[in-house]
Design a protein around this ligand. Structure first.
Ligand code: MIC
Ligand code: SF4
Length: 641
């Protein structure tokens, strides 16, 4: 029987298990990436494992999230990360070099290899045919130490693309269409493999936009074939040696298929406050916009910015609009400069930001009170922009640029022009902000500032779990709700006691104090609890506050793994109706659960306050059950090595 691309890559990397839907497999990881906001913890965890040098083929430490440096904290983190990388054989991509996913695609990604990254948008590298998975920092630390990565074999869904995008309809509209159809939880437990004749009409950056935002579907990852278009991309990066062809066999089997006719798509837009709240741009045309932001790991490639520049060329942004543009990498910046596009962007009145994540994670450019912000980014969760009542819409660079000029949401097809972009034969390749590991790591001293606190120690769970429900939240709660980011909180990522003060801060400011006072307790969640980012702080900080278990209707993949990694039990209701019967402050008791964890049996929870029992399941593999009982993955790895 023929194989699909995912099966071919997994088979080559399989260390244990059977590639049967839902069963646990272990795979070898070739490459890892971290970014600064998750990296400091990941490296402290790697250090705690006690290995002298990374054991991967390649590991890269990027600095792209915290680059505002409003105090010493970020700068201290950068210095720690730079010296740590030098000591342990890791490449270091310095602040200013660009967003990890864009740079990785350009300089390091290799078709057919596996990549594990401590950022949920790691699947961007699926655009060149890598099997790239976003995880928490501890999973990356363990992979850097040479251990396999464990996952439950996902379903493999073929997304068959046919036809060709019409002018002013772009790759972003393809993924928005999938979000419209499948919602933010439609991809949980799935890998999307793209195929069909439409694939060859898409360039690598366009493919990467699509795989990037597959994260918003909750998918494990997304992947494109590696073909002549991939070859051309790698050639323009001076990396022909990294090319291999990758395609599905003609008789490959899938667990499902979705078809998208590219020719039928029209410009789409995700309305506040969820990436799946998708409508046509046409249907909300005329809504005045106050801010337009172009960039982020979804849409900051050379192609994106050259297109934007062509649209802006010779025109002026109206005074009511603030247009901010952040190129995805130094290479993109240098190439748009060389090709003359930067000039058109600057002349239009756009504000040029650093090559970094910036406003996407609330690091500057918070919109005005109650304003409308149109962004080419991937997430529009409430408050993520830094302004709680701002209304953030997500769209393509074409829609963003045309709307910025008009001062209101506008269907870009209204622009009566043909946009033709010139491409350089070879991109501006200047890796002077990527530092290779030195040959004499012994001489490197790791420099830690006062903001870098030691790792909190997790304790094994006790035999009887009792505590109160500290908070009850609804469906699709994001990790931005659990552990907010932004300019005030992000600098505290290396300091768990300090960042723990902000757990659930935007939902309930009293959470931290109540949790500390009660010595921990339970969290109750709805569907898709913990969707969004890979930030393990959304598990690590609750662990620090004594949370023993999260009981939810369902979980998002990365957050569930992070909970397990830090010894917090993720439990799901057997009967959804019980969710509605529980209230904040109810006292819960769980006894005799340990054996049941290993056998995946039903566990009884007593609601002592309301005097009823309800039933939950942990759905853990025996390995995960052992991790929980040891108090987390770090303790587990140390105990077996
Ligand atoms: C995000 O887009 O939410 C982030 C910031 O990149 C996160 C990582 C983090 O919180 O550090 C992600 O996507 O994983
Ligand atoms: Fe950075 Fe935004 Fe991409 Fe996250 S989604 S990696 S914050 S650009």
């Amino acid at each position: 029987m023929g194989k699909n691309i995912v099966q071919k890559i997994l088979e080559k990397h399989l260390i244990a298990g059977e590639m049967k839907k839902g069963s646990e497999i272990a795979i070898r990881i070739d490459q890892t990436l971290t970014q600064d906001a998750t990296g400091t913890m990941a490296y402290l965890q790697f250090e705690a494992i006690g290995i002298p040098k990374v054991r991967t083929e390649l590991s890269v430490s990027y600095v792209d999230h915290n680059t505002l440096q409003t105090g010493f904290e970020n700068a201290d983190d950068h210095r720690f990360l730079r010296t740590f990388a030098a000591k342990y054989g890791i490449y270091f991509s310095a602040p200013g070099n660009g967003i990890c996913h864009q740079v990785h695609l350009e300089r390091f990604g290799i078709p057919g290899k596996t990549l594990l990254g401590s950022d949920s948008h790691t699947p961007t590298a699926g655009g060149i045919g890598m099997l790239a998975i976003g995880v928490g920092g501890l999973d990356v630390a363990v992979a850097m130490a040479g251990y396999p990565f464990y996952l439950n074999m996902p379903e493999i869904i073929r997304v068959k693309l046919i036809g060709k995008l019409q002018p002013f309809v772009s790759a972003k509209d393809v993924i928005l269409e999938l979000l419209r159809r499948l919602t933010v939880k439609g991809g949980v437990g799935k890998i999307f493999e793209y195929g069909g004749d439409g694939v060859k009409t898409l360039s690598v950056p366009e493919r990467a936009t699509i795989t990037n935002m597959g994260a918003e579907l909750g998918a494990t990852t997304s992947i494109f074939p590696s073909d002549e278009i991939t070859f051309d991309f790698l050639k323009a990066q001076g990396r022909v040696k990294d090319f291999i062809e990758l395609k599905a066999d003609d008789d490959a089997m899938y667990d499902g298929e979705i078809e998208i006719n590219l020719s039928d798509l029209e410009p789409l837009i995700a309305c506040p406050h969820s990436p799946d709240n998708v409508v046509t741009v046409k249907s909300i045309e005329g809504l005045p916009v106050d801010q337009v932001c172009i960039g982020s790991c979804t849409n900051s490639s050379y192609k994106d910015l050259a297109t934007v520049a062509e649209i802006l060329k010779g025109k002026k942004i109206p005074p009511s609009v603030s247009l901010v543009i952040s190129p995805g990498s130094k290479q993109v910046m240098e190439t748009i400069e060389k090709m003359g596009y930067l000039r058109s962007i600057i002349s239009s009145g756009a504000r040029i930001l650093e090559n970094a994540c910036g406003p996407c994670i609330g690091m500057g450019q918070a919109p005005a009170t109650g304003s409308v912000s149109l962004r080419t980014y991937n997430r529009n969760f409430e408050g993520r922009s830094g302004t709680k009542d701002a209304k953030v819409y997500l769209c393509s660079p074409e829609t963003a640029a045309v709307s910025a000029l008009a001062g209101k949401i506008t269907d870009p097809r209204k622009l009566d022009e043909t946009i033709v972009i010139s491409y350089p034969e070879v991109f501006e390749i200047n890796d002077n902000l990527i530092f290779s590991p030195p040959l004499d790591p012994e001489s490197v001293e790791i420099i830690r500032g006062p903001n870098i606190k030691p790792l909190p120690v997790s304790k094994p769970l006790s035999e009887k779990l009792q505590g109160s429900v500290l908070i009850k939240v609804g469906d699709n709660i994001t990790t931005d709700h659990i552990m907010p980011a932004g300019a005030k909180i992000l600098p505290l990522r290396s300091n768990i006691p300090a960042i723990a003060k902000y757990v659930f801060y935007n939902i309930d400011e009293t959470f931290h104090d109540r949790a500390l006072k009660k010595g921990g307790g339970f969290i109750v969640g709805g569907e898709n609890y913990g969707q969004g980012s890979s930030r393990e702080h959304a598990a690590l900080a609750p662990m620090y506050l004594g949370i023993k278990s999260v009981i939810a209707i369902s979980f998002a993949r990365i957050h569930r793994s992070n909970l397990i990694n830090f010894g917090i039990m993720p439990l799901v209701f057997e009967n959804k109706e019980d969710y509605f019967k529980i209230e904040r402050d109810d006292e819960l008791l769980i006894e005799d659960y340990i054996e049941k964890l290993f056998r995946n049996e039903t566990i009884t929870v007593k609601n002592l306050t309301k005097n009823f029992v309800f039933f939950v399941k942990a759905n853990l593999t025996p390995r995960q059950a052992s991790i929980i009982l040891k108090g987390g993955l770090l303790n587990f790895v140390k105990s077996v090595s």
